[in-house]
Design a protein around this ligand. Structure first.
Ligand SMILES: Cc1ncc(COP(=O)(O)O)c(C=O)c1O
Length: 364
């Protein structure tokens, strides 16, 4: 009997997540010096990690023999103070990615529908499929979530709705008024998931806490990967009602967030200097990238996040050409955008290097 006859059908049809290529892989495959390669493919922080977080992580490493606090008590306490919510209103995950999967464990079964924008962060679709549920993808309108169309796509079978603002891969955001009106109008049988992975890059991020306080079925997701530069440590969190967080807690692994990540995240919350510098530099970097790309006659999507779409013609070809020249970006054909690549905002030097390599790579 072949192994795949034993496998759940949802696994066999599961698309595979394609991450941005690591520098070491590109160096090995193309025979390049890793020191000369820049990776602007995964919306990572070009300024490194929060120094306070790194110092705390090093201290935590001294006690690698102990299991971490499975309940992330200190981190949830600190988040509670920061957000003016109760500690029970937080769930900490191995990246916010894990919380998306926990939502699947808690809410999704075969026959359920999950409404999401297209394109939006691909993990929503992957998790939906993994649990045998059906993604209902609603095209963006003028590059932003079409929240009216998403509301209209809700049926009695809808369990979850994902709203990603700013959205990945477009970097566009809906306004607070739009997001709040949408959340308020969600029917009783639907859980609203508001992915705020890039919210710290916004000047005015939508604040859904009043709706959480009203008892609505809402969860918001945040991550330490981006603004605090801790992508490698894998830590993110959700906030919502205590009931929602207790349900998600039930299905997580006992020690899902390691102690080094917890210590780093705790310290990162005190590192407003680093977070502010990241956001400030990002705004300047975005402006440089827009100017550079438009100077080459290329169309861009105006972004408010730490990445941007550029229309390069044949996205795959330009991705490969850039990679051969030591610049890793993200092709977005799998997001239905074959003519575009997504570029993460880098340091001024990285952005300048990208623009000069792009000028060569887009020359046919
Ligand atoms: C929109 C969005 N949500 C969630 C994540 C997951 O972040 P993490 O698992 O690193 O917290 C990402 C990562 O790129 C993202 O783009």
């Amino acid at each position: 009997m072949k192994l795949d006859t034993l496998v759940k059908p949802s696994v066999l049809t599961q698309p595979v997540y394609e991450p941005g290529k690591p520098i070491e892989d590109v160096a090995r495959e193309l025979g390049l010096d890793p020191a000369g390669i820049i990776k602007l493919a995964s919306n990572e922080n070009p300024w490194g990690s929060s120094p306070l977080a790194v110092a705390a992580a090093k201290r935590a490493l001294e006690h690698g023999e102990l299991y971490p606090d499975g309940g992330c008590f200190s981190l949830r306490q600190k988040l509670a103070t920061r957000w003016g919510l109760a500690a029970e209103q937080f769930i900490v995950g191995n990246g916010s990615n894990e919380i998306i999967e926990l939502l699947g464990h808690v809410f999704l079964r075969e026959g359920d529908e999950v409404v999401m924008a297209a394109p939006a962060f691909v993990v929503y679709k992957l998790v939906t499929r993994l649990f045998g549920a059906t993604p209902v993808e609603v095209p963006l309108r003028e590059w932003r979530h079409d929240l009216d169309a998403m509301a209209a796509a809700i049926t009695p079978r809808t369990k979850l709705v994902f709203v990603c603002t700013p959205n990945n891969p477009t970097g566009t955001a809906n306004t607070e008024a739009e997001v709040l009106a949408f959340a308020r109008a969600l029917p009783e049988h639907v859980v609203g998931v508001f992915d705020e992975a890039y919210a710290e890059f916004l000047v005015n991020a939508p604040d859904l806490r009043p709706l959480i306080a009203e008892g609505r079925k809402i969860i918001c997701l945040r991550t330490f990967s981006k603004i605090y530069g801790l992508a490698s440590l894998r830590v993110g969190y959700g906030y919502g009602s205590a009931e929602m967080c207790a349900l998600l807690n039930r299905v997580k692994q006992p020690f899902n967030v390691n102690a080094i990540a917890q210590a780093a995240a705790l310290a990162a919350l005190d590192d407003s200097d680093f977070a502010e510098k990241t956001a400030r530099e990002n705004r300047a970097g975005l402006a440089d990238l827009v100017r550079g790309c438009e100077g080459l006659g290329l169309e861009v999507v105006r972004s408010v996040a730490n990445f941007m779409l550029v229309r390069v013609g044949d996205g795959e070809r330009v991705f490969n050409a850039l990679q051969r020249r030591g610049v890793i970006v993200r092709p977005v054909r799998s997001y239905g955008l074959p003519e575009w690549v997504r570029i993460t905002v880098g340091t001024p030097a990285q952005n300048a290097r990208f623009i000069s390599e792009l000028a060569i790579a887009t020359r046919v």
